[in-house]
Structures are given as C-alpha cells and as structure tokens.
Design a protein around this ligand. Structure first.
Ligand code: HDD
Length: 716
C-alpha cells in the first residue's frame, strides 16, 4: 500500500472539522437558516393572549429539545473520552500486516473512551466496578477498535450469559436499587452460582476496581486475538495498555466519599490533565504466542476467564498512545462514539473465544437502537479516515450522497466499481482456520478450571492488597440479605484460599463449609452428566505473578498528583514557596485551601489567592497534604474543626503529609497522628516533618503508606 505523507492526526481533525461549528459572530437562526429576531417570546394573540400554533420557531425549538436524549448504553453508560494518537516503536511486520503497526513515523489518530459498567449515565465515577478502556484507531486501512477493560479477564465464558450477568448487577428490577453498585443480592446470587466468575471476582474486589485516575489504569484486550502477517501466518496475541504514570488506586472509604464530594472525579481528572498539557500516556503491550504453542498452557487460550502470566509470556511494549485533546462536544463525540470489537483491519483477526464471538454480534446490534439506524458509521466521530465506498444505501439519517445508478455488484453500468480489493491491496481476508467438528451447544472441558488463576491472583497480592480484597468481600457480601447466597460465596472462596474464606466468613458470622461445596454448575450442557463437568483445579506453573500486584507498579513520579496546601492568614510565605516550587517542578498540581475564599495574607503581608475553601474542598480529592506554618495561621486552624478533619482524613487514607516548624502543632491535634509523632523511634510513615521538599516528593511518589493501616488497627 502506498505510504501517505503526514497521515493521521491532522487529517482526522480536518475530517471532523467539516462538522464543527463555532457560533462566534454569527446570527441566531432556525434549523432552516432563517434568522430569528426574538428568541425570548412566543407568538401570541395579544399581550395576554393564547400562543399560536403558527409559531414555527417555538415548535421547532421545543420539538428538538423533546428529542435531545438518546438511550444510554445498556452497559458502560457512564464514561469520558479524549482524542490523541498512537505510534508504533518498531515495525511489527514479522507478526502483522496491519499498517499502523509497521511504520514508526506514522501517528495514527485515536479516540479513547473510559467508562464504568453498571451505573447509569449520571452515576458516580468512583463505583466499585470494572472500567471500560475502548480505543478507536483511525488507521489508513480503516477503523480498528480495541474494546477492552482495565481487568484482563471476564466474568463469564460464553456470551449467552452476558444479559444474565448484566441483569444481575444492574439495580434490582422491582425498586431500581442500588445505583452503580454490585453490593446487592441479585449480583451475588448470580455470581455464587457461576464458579467461572471467581477469577474476575478477585480483580473486582481488589483496589483495581477503584482507580485513582483513568490515567493510572492498565487496559487489556481480554480475549486472545490473532496477528496475521503478509505471508498469512498467524500468531496468537493478547493486548495490554501500560500507563506511564503507574497503576494506582484509592481506598474504599475514600471512593465512597469522593462519590459524594465529586461524582465526576475521574472525568474531571482526565479533562484537567489534558487542559493542563499533562497528556496521559500508555504503552501498547503484546503477548505473542506462536500458533504451534496453542496447547502448551495449563489453561485454554480461548477461555476469557484466564490470563497468560507475564512471567510465562513477557509483555513486549511496541508503541505509545498519547491523549492530547479533549472533545469539543460531549454528546457529539463521547456519547455518539460507537465501538465494536468486530472493527478490525487487515493483519488482526479473531479467535473462537465464545465470549468474543458473541460480542461480534452484539455491538452493531446495540448501536442500531442506541443511535437510531444503520448509518451511525457516518457520524463524524465514527467515520473512517480511509475512503468508504460500497453498495450499502439509504436508511435513517443517511449523510452520503452517492452518485450514479449502480448500487450493486457486479455491475457494468458503474464500470464495475467499487472494485474488490486484492489481499495485496489491503483487502481483508479472514484467517482460514481448519474446523472439523460436530455442532454442539456446550462448553469445552478445557474451560473447567475456575479457581487456580483466582488463587494465583490472590497469592500475588501484597498484604495490604489482600486485606483490601477481604474487606471488599466483607462489605459486598455484608450488604447481601439472603444468607444462603453469602454461604454459597464462602464455599466458592474456600476453593480459592482457605484463609480468605475464613476471614470473610468471620465478618459475616458464618463458617467455612468442611466439604467441598460447589453450587450446581449451570453451564453443564443438556443431556450431559454433571459429574463430567465438575469444576477442576489445575495447579498453575507459577505460584505468584508480580505483574498482578499494584505494589510493584512504578513509583518514581509525582507528575499530575494533586497536593493540598492547607493554610490561614498569617502563614509563612517562604517555606510555602520553596515547597510549591519544588513540587511543581516535578509536575505536581498545587491547590491552596483556606477557611474562606478570596485572598489570604502571609505573616509579612504578602497576598495569595485561595483556590478552594474548607467548605468546597475535601481531603479525599487530593493525593497529599502540606500543612503550612506560621503562628497566627496555626492558631486559626487549630480552632477550625474542618481543618483538623481534613488532616485526619488525609492520614486515615494513608496519604503523605508534610509540615515544618510550628505546623507540627496542628498535626498533633489529631490524636492518631500525635501517637505516631510521639513514637518517632518506629519511623514516621509518610509523615514528613522539617525535612527537605525532596523527602516529601519521594513520599508522594510512593502514593500511599498502607503500613499505617496495620498500625492504626494496632493503636486502636
Ligand atoms: Fe461489552 C459496551 C468491554 C463483553 C456487549 N463493552 C462495552 C464497552 C466496553 C466493553 C469497554 C463500552 C464501549 C464504549 O466506550 O462505548 N465487553 C467489554 C469487554 C468484554 C465485554 C472487555 C469481555 C471481554 N460486551 C461483552 C459481551 C457482550 C457485550 C459478552 C454481549 C454479548 N458491550 C456490549 C454492548 C455494549 C458494550 C451491549 C453497550 C454499548 C455498546 O456496546 O456500544 O453491545
């Protein structure tokens, strides 16, 4: 294929700009272009008279408004998105003929949408949930969508169970409660009867389900796909997105509070980072498995409840994605974007993963109802940058004005156009897999091991992560009212790890069943003996995988971390400025928090602007806290319960706190921190008192000091 100069970002932008509109300096008009001279009053029969049906301007405006909403996505309704580009580091031609993975000089435009799964469009960002991670690549060979999640496995093995899973997790149908939460009976009822979901449940109960930021999440294609090279040779491939800022989460108490203080927390965070020029970046990683090695693993590569441990097949980082532009219009772009795992380009193909196969049907189908017809590919955000020519015609909202008489193929009246592309011209040719079998409605027995990778995940977590996972299960199952469901879950957990099951059972006032207690396995095919389909446990070749724990993520940067500076009139300007400069140099974002808005005056009479007051702000919205010094400043804040609460909460959520000079008197007003300060011999965990900014920077880079959790419990 001929290489195009400067393909990519600019081309896409101009493509979109055909439809962008800027009203600056323009007259107000009707949709028919008629200038409007009064948009304040409807047409009436006299000053106090009735409104006239004749008023076409009123009717047009109200009718359009009445139709402004479209159905929200049936799942992943809540989301936020951004534009950017992807660039491969080195040609992957050995494995794939996909052009955008071959040319390191090419920037392929992307549009990326992150989402939660269960909540409605207006629900909180901080729900305990899986996060969607959808990437639309506008390649020169057509649109390629990688529609993944921030967890590498899924709840179910067969797409036919997807509606059941979603019905179970959505608010219960009789009272539409609870919103954006899995902690309720129907979800756990379903899960407790689906042993195949156990690996995913470990991920969902881990802190991965409450990310600090979309920018600090991994992404996964989940299924095994195929790369196909120019010779037609296939390799299996699993896709990963690795965030350059590392993988970080908040803690559950914090997540619940953020949901109240700022339900748009993730959306705002993404938007502000891009507006501030701190562009989020991920590396695209691939795990490649030769076709001949398909059966060398202790799990089935087609089973979407399994991952390939990175220790067994390392992730090669092959390119970088940068998000550098916010959408102009949320509805036109983020809401109308239509992803589809079936949108692939030449060089990428599917496998027979039964979950993937079902998805290949579902996504086009859902857009037909959500976007109202078959022409949604013509909506600007969904348009290919590669030319589109075919014989598909008409339908609701058709935008293209096709010329000529021939809308069929073969034709002679249209000169035989459009032509079929040969493979060498980039024509898509499906991988020719040999299939020789009977039709069955059933499940492969190679899919029957539901627990061993759940154990691998649990065992790979740090002590703090294990504790959070246990606490999450205690919380979620504690909200379940039906005791039998809780009991079934304890039975399933005992297959993963006895200690975990015991710890959860203790909190629920239950005991761990002695005998193996599996629920009836509902995935046994009809006419088959259930005994042949009992879940099995295949010991994995490794016992721990570092990549599964966030404890090993990169902790070398404080870029874009939000730091609260707490102060009142009479603060010392010099230490504030030194700290602020040092943190900003490392890319952190500082916000000045004081008892009230406006300006605040230092001990020497200098003034600075307050960003947020104690009334509008909250400690949960920050990554770290700097408590300013100054006689009058400290005296004021000591008598300000909201200030003490701010400090205590930052400490409770394991965040680094720094202060100097008499700022420490303020810290001592928190009984917990006082205990810590007194026991200095044990080392202060994340408390930086009278130290250089560098010490605080290193502490922020650590993200959280989970060790405090144990100490806290110990100290009572
Ligand atoms: Fe799905 C949306 C990811 C299984 C059916 N899915 C959707 C989105 C993401 C995923 C990220 C949001 C896209 C966007 O931002 O607009 N889905 C996944 C992953 C799965 C998965 C990673 C398993 C590995 N999904 C799955 C199955 C089915 C669906 C098995 C149905 C058989 N998914 C849908 C859908 C959605 C959707 C109903 C709702 C809105 C949309 O497609 O565009 O068709």
């Amino acid at each position: 294929m001929k290489k195009k100069e400067n393909a990519g970002v600019d081309k896409k932008s101009s493509d979109l700009s055909v439809n962008t509109q800027n009203a600056a300096g323009q007259l107000l008009t009707s949709n028919q272009g008629v200038p409007v001279n009064d948009d304040q009053n409807s047409l009436k029969t006299g000053e106090r008279g009735g409104t006239l049906l004749e008023d076409f301007l009123l009717r047009e405006k109200i009718t359009h408004f009445d139709h402004e909403r479209i159905p929200e996505r049936v799942v992943h309704a809540r989301g936020a998105a951004a534009h950017g580009y992807f660039q491969v580091y080195e040609s992957m031609a050995k494995y794939t003929k996909a052009h955008f993975l071959q040319d390191p000089s090419l920037q392929t435009p992307v549009f990326v949408r992150f989402s939660t799964v269960a909540g409605s469009r207006g629900s909180t960002d901080l729900a305990r949930d899986v996060r969607g991670f959808s990437v639309k690549f506008y390649t020169e060979q057509g649109v390629y969508d990688l529609v993944g999640n921030n967890m590498p496995v899924f709840f179910i093995q067969d797409a036919i169970k997807f509606p059941d899973l979603i019905h179970a997790v959505k608010p219960e149908p009789h009272n539409e409660i609870p919103q954006a939460a899995s902690a309720h009976d129907t979800f756990w009822d379903f899960i407790s009867l689906m042993p195949e979901s156990m690996h995913m449940i470990m991920w969902l109960m881990s802190d991965r389900a409450i990310p600090r930021s979309y920018r600090m999440m991994e992404g996964f294609g989940v299924h095994t796909f195929r790369f196909i090279n120019a010779e037609g040779k296939s390799h299996f491939v699993k896709f990963h997105w690795k965030p350059l800022l590392g993988v970080h989460s908040v803690c559950w108490d914090e997540a619940q509070k953020i949901s109240g203080k700022d339900p748009d927390f993730h959306r705002r965070d993404l938007w502000e980072a891009i507006e501030n020029g701190a562009y989020p970046e991920w590396e695209l990683g691939v795990q490649i498995v030769a076709d001949e090695d398909e059966f060398k693993f202790e799990f089935d590569l087609l089973d979407p409840t399994k991952l390939i441990p990175e220790e067994i097949v390392p992730v090669q980082r092959i390119g970088k994605m940068v998000l550098n532009r916010n959408p102009d219009n949320f509805f036109a772009e983020t809401e109308q974007v239509a992803f589809h795992p079936g949108n692939v380009v030449s060089g990428i193909d599917f496998t027979n993963d039964p979950l993937l196969q079902g998805r290949l049907f579902s996504y086009t189908d859902t857009q037909l109802i959500r976007l109202g017809g078959p022409n949604f590919h013509e909506i600007p955000i969904n348009r290919s940058i590669a030319p589109v020519h075919n014989n598909q015609r008409d339908g609701y909202m058709r935008q293209t004005i096709n010329q000529g008489r021939a809308s069929y193929h073969p034709n002679s009246l249209g000169g035989g156009c459009p032509f079929q592309a040969k493979t060498i011209e980039g024509g898509f040719r499906s991988y020719t897999e040999r299939i020789d079998s009977k039709t069955i409605r059933g499940r492969s027995k190679s899919f029957l091991d539901h627990f061993s990778q759940a154990t691998l995940f649990y065992e790979s977590q740090s002590e703090a992560e294990k504790q959070h996972l246990t606490d999450a299960l205690r919380f979620e199952l504690g909200k379940v009212e039906t005791v039998e469901i809780r009991q079934r879950m304890i039975g399933l957990l005992s297959q993963i790890n006895k200690e975990l099951a015991q710890n959860v059972a203790d909190a629920l006032g239950l005991t761990v069943p002695e005998a193996l207690m599996y629920p009836i396995n509902h995935s046994v095919p009809a006419n088959e003996d259930p005994q042949d389909y009992q879940p099995i446990y295949i010991k994995q070749s490794i016992e721990k995988s570092e990549a599964l724990s966030m404890n090993h993520t990169s902790k070398n940067s404080i870029r874009t971390r939000q730091i609260a500076f707490l102060l009142a009139d009479g603060f010392e300007m010099e230490p504030l400025e030194t700290m602020k400069k040092a943190l900003e140099k490392e890319g952190a974002m500082i916000k000045i928090i004081a008892p009230k808005l406006g300006e605040i005056t230092s001990s020497k009479g200098e003034k600075i602007k307050v960003d947020q007051s104690l009334l509008t702000s909250a400690s949960v919205l920050f990554d770290a806290l700097f408590v300013c010094s100054g006689k009058e400043c400290v005296e004021t804040l000591v008598n300000e319960p909201d200030a003490i609460g701010f400090i205590e909460e930052a400490y409770k959520h394991y965040k680094p706190i720094a202060t100097e000079s008499n700022g420490v008197d303020l810290l001592k007003n928190s009984s917990r921190i006082k205990k810590e300060l007194v026991k200095e011999t044990h080392g202060l965990i994340g408390l930086v008192v009278d130290k250089s900014p560098q010490e605080f920077i290193s502490a922020i880079a650590q993200h959280r000091f989970w060790e405090r959790e144990k100490k806290d419990k110990h100290l009572g």
